[in-house]
Design a protein around this ligand. Structure first.
Ligand SMILES: *Cc1c(COP(=O)(O)O)cnc(C)c1O
Length: 230
């Protein structure tokens, strides 16, 4: 068995346990393998190990991998996306996890109209309040969704957040819970929005807590495919 298969097996077991603790079905949690720190070959090995979703965070690397492996996975753009890079990535990525400003939404919509492409977006929210984190403040999200609801070429399918790295992941629980509560609140309101089903939250260090709190996409890099930076 490859090391990625071994990692995957353990991760799936951990997900099942976290789901057991929280009354969820493991079928509702999708693993996105974050391949930003590994080669094309390792990315290919991840697909062979049974991974179906790939996440990349830099346009140049992402497009290079997509050109080779595009058809064999569902692609997620998870990093900060510069508006002038939209042209390069649109249509290649089914999901964008980091929609955090109107200028980016407008560009996705405009390019999408030209090419007949709908991008499924998660709105990035800065729940932790750390200044270094991207994302809208929780208070801004409702107005933002109203503004983008008229843009036909983007669909708001959920929310995304990042937690700070801490030694004890239990300390991140409030952040994941906060994102879920915000999602639930937005769904209850009668704003003309798209499904807002997904919660993209949890990384190598804290995904078990995120799953307990409702994550539907977990973004796993080092614990799944490793880190090949020297
Ligand atoms: C790098 C990255 C990840 C994966 O990080 P790991 O800690 O290696 O699992 C997840 N999400 C985003 C947005 C990232 O940039």
């Amino acid at each position: 068995m490859s090391y990625i298969q071994e990692n995957l097996r353990e991760i799936r077991r951990n997900i099942a346990e976290a789901c057991g603790r929280s009354g969820r079905s493991p079928d509702d949690v999708e693993i996105v393998a974050v391949t930003k720190y590994v080669s094309l070959e390792t990315t290919r090995a991840a697909l062979q190990a049974g991974i179906g979703h790939i996440g990349e965070s830099r346009a140049q690397d992402a497009v290079r991998k997509w050109n080779e492996l595009g058809d064999s996975a569902v692609w997620h753009f998870i990093g900060n996306l510069q508006t002038n890079k939209v042209r390069e990535v649109i249509g290649k990525f089914t999901y964008l996890h980091s929609l955090d400003r109107l200028s980016l939404a407008r560009e996705l919509n405009k390019r999408g109209e030209q090419d007949g492409i709908v991008t499924r977006c998660m709105i990035q929210v800065n729940i932790s309040g750390e200044e270094t984190k991207h994302g809208l403040s929780p208070e801004e999200v409702s107005d933002f969704i109203e503004e983008i609801s008229s843009m036909r070429q983007i669909q708001a399918v959920g929310l995304m957040t990042m937690a700070p790295y801490v030694d004890d992941p239990e300390e991140t629980r409030w952040i994941f819970r906060g994102l879920r509560q915000l999602r639930d609140e937005l769904q209850r309101r009668d704003i003309p929005h798209d499904p807002l089903h997904h919660l993209s939250m949890g990384m190598s260090n804290d995904y078990q807590i995120a799953v307990e709190e409702g994550a539907t996409f977990i973004r796993l890099g080092s614990t799944l495919v490793g880190d090949e930076r020297s």
